[in-house]
Design a protein around this ligand. Structure first.
Ligand SMILES: Nc1ncnc2c1ncn2[C@@H]1O[C@H](COP(=O)(O)OP(=O)(O)OP(=O)(O)O)[C@@H](O)[C@H]1O
Ligand SMILES: [Mg+2]
Length: 227
């Protein structure tokens, strides 16, 4: 089943006097529980597409259907709710809060997602998720003492702790070396498969494509290949 469908999505930016069409009518669907990679040259519109799918910015035209509901027609508060409960995000850099420990970053995320859990239940969720990403031994560490790969593991934990239905990742391995990139991508795949999360990630790295079930290629604002 398709959890996510984009129909003829367009995005136009006004750069000064000039109107630029960055997405020119994109159609795509994401199947539940599968991992899809989005590739294409720099400037082809990958991040724009990902952020529109994730409700972080609106489309100029077309439909963004999540579970049959059209994000393009929702008010900001409804979209915010979906983002906080149903979506998870990972970016190129972990963007951890410098003055919070690993454990505190995750507890904060549970608050943001309006989790109804009691404190001790939250602690056990955090414990479990840290085990899942292999970071339980660093739960009291601050971000400055973590390696790039470790930070990204915490970012993965933070992105999935509220059990989202969809995970969006924009170049999650771009700041890592080859070995760490493979470890992080393998972890994203393993966890999202186990938790049955639908995943869309952007990458420039050919080696990361082996972790995807499907590959979508963009060129100049259009999808040119879907496999
Ligand atoms: N807010 C904006 N205002 C104006 N132009 C924008 C805006 N956001 C993106 N663009 C333009 O849209 C085009 C596509 O940008 P986008 O970030 O989606 O590309 P990308 O495929 O993710 O590239 P990269 O691989 O370098 O990250 C670029 O030409 C960019 O300059
Ligand atoms: Mg980008």
């Amino acid at each position: 089943m398709s959890l996510f469908t984009l129909n003829e999505v367009k995005k136009t930016f006004n750069n000064g006097q000039i109107k630029e069409e960055i997405l020119k009518g994109v159609n795509l669907f994401l199947r539940e529980g599968e991992v899809t990679a989005l590739v294409g040259s720099s400037g082809s519109g990958k991040s724009t597409l990902l952020t529109i799918a994730a409700g972080l910015q609106s489309a100029s035209d077309g439909e963004v259907l999540f579970e049959g509901k059209n994000l393009s027609q929702m008010d900001e508060e409804s979209i915010r709710k979906i983002r906080a409960t149903d979506f998870g995000f990972i970016f190129q850099f972990a963007h951890l809060v410098p003055f919070l420990t690993v454990e505190e970053q995750l507890l904060l995320m549970l608050d943001v997602s309006e989790s109804k859990l009691k404190k001790h239940e939250q602690m056990s969720v955090v414990e479990r998720i840290l085990q899942l990403v292999g970071m339980e031994h660093r739960k009291n560490a601050y971000p400055s003492s973590l390696s790039g790969g470790e930070k990204q593991r915490v970012a993965i934990a933070r992105a999935i702790i509220h059990k989202p239905k969809v995970l969006f990742a924009d170049e999650p391995t771009a700041s890592l070396d080859s070995k760490r990139s493979k470890d992080v991508m393998a972890l994203i795949r393993e966890i999202t498969k186990n938790l049955k999360i639908t995943t869309l990630f952007v990458t420039h790295d050919e080696e990361m494509l082996s972790y995807a079930d499907h590959i979508i290629k963009m060129s100049d604002g259009l999808i040119v290949q879907h496999s």
